[in-house]
Design a protein around this ligand. Structure first.
Ligand SMILES: C[S@@+](CC[C@H](N)C(=O)[O-])C[C@H]1O[C@@H](n2cnc3c(N)ncnc32)[C@H](O)[C@@H]1O
Length: 272
């Protein structure tokens, strides 16, 4: 199958897992993505209506410009890529000068994303983007990917929301499909909860996610989650149907005895 690629490089991108993920996504009235990230699942699905949410304001800002004014975003981004400014100059401008929500900030975000180390998106406690340069020789300008993403945003009903996952999950109702791809929690404590670290996406946050999804499924929605394959996650999502998936499996199907790295969990209204 042909898998569409996002214009962004993103840590935790589901791009390579799309063929294994799609069969687990049921049809539904509305597709809700509380952790949309680079939107790889959004651009490879075909629902009538979407709610795309992420708590990253810069990310949602780019999506808003792509929805509202593709031509201006393409011009601004292309001239930035063509002039090949120093990565650290753009980063300083982005952090200290460029107005929030501006077209320029959207273009700079795409430039930083394509140039930074491994497409990591990280901010310090003062909200400054602090990822170093990836020192790439050739930087790809993702023109066709930007256009495809924009077309998808305007082709149906798409609501863009910048908020915490909890807010959008609480809006889910009968017939909705909620796909969650949160930051992964490793099993550092062998499956036991050890409390809550403010601001971190940890076991307690993942448990909160489970609780909200369970309530949404009681209201008639279907919940699907991606996560890492470890005992802690399996314990939190124990009443979900769990499927193991792994991008490596498609190239080394035989004799691979390593456990799959990822799981997909599904909870339908019939199961609660
Ligand atoms: C693993 S990425 C999603 C990748 C996406 N599925 C893709 O394939 O492109 C997780 C996303 O969750 C977002 N995020 C982290 N904590 C969040 C929160 N509390 N509420 C909403 N979004 C959050 C991050 O900004 C990040 O974009």
């Amino acid at each position: 199958m042909r898998v569409e690629k996002s214009f962004l490089k993103w840590v935790g991108s589901k791009n390579r897992l799309i063929p294994q993920l799609l069969p687990h996504l049921p049809s539904g009235k509305r597709f809700i993505e509380p952790f949309v990230g680079a939107g790889n699942v959004f651009i490879n699905t075909n629902y009538d209506s979407y709610v795309l949410c992420d708590k990253n304001r810069d990310l949602i800002n780019v999506y808003e410009w792509l929805r509202d004014d593709l031509a201006s975003l393409l011009n601004e981004t292309k001239s930035l890529f063509d002039s090949r400014p120093d990565f650290y100059d753009v980063r300083a401008q982005f952090n200290n000068v460029t107005p929030k929500l501006s077209l320029q900030r959207a273009a700079e975000f795409v430039y930083l994303n394509r140039n930074c180390f491994n497409g990591i998106c990280r901010y310090n406690s003062s909200g400054k983007f602090n990822v170093p340069s990836g020192k790439y020789k050739n930087i790809y300008f993702p023109k066709s990917e930007l256009i495809a993403f924009s077309n998808k945003l305007i082709s149906g009903s798409v609501e863009l929301v910048c908020t915490d996952f909890s807010t959008v999950i609480k809006t889910a109702k009968f017939g909705d499909v909620i796909y969650c791809d949160p930051p992964y929690v490793s099993d550092i404590n062998n499956g036991t909860f050890t409390g809550y670290t403010p601001g971190k996406f940890d076991a307690a946050t993942t448990k909160q996610l489970y609780d909200l999804l369970y309530l949404a499924v009681l209201r008639g929605a279907t919940a699907i989650i991606s996560n890492s394959n470890n005992p802690l996650i399996r314990k939190i999502f124990s009443d979900f149907e769990i499927y193991e998936i792994d991008a490596r499996r498609s190239v080394a199907a035989n004799g691979n005895r390593q456990p799959a790295r990822e799981i997909i969990g599904v909870l339908t209204p019939e199961m609660v």
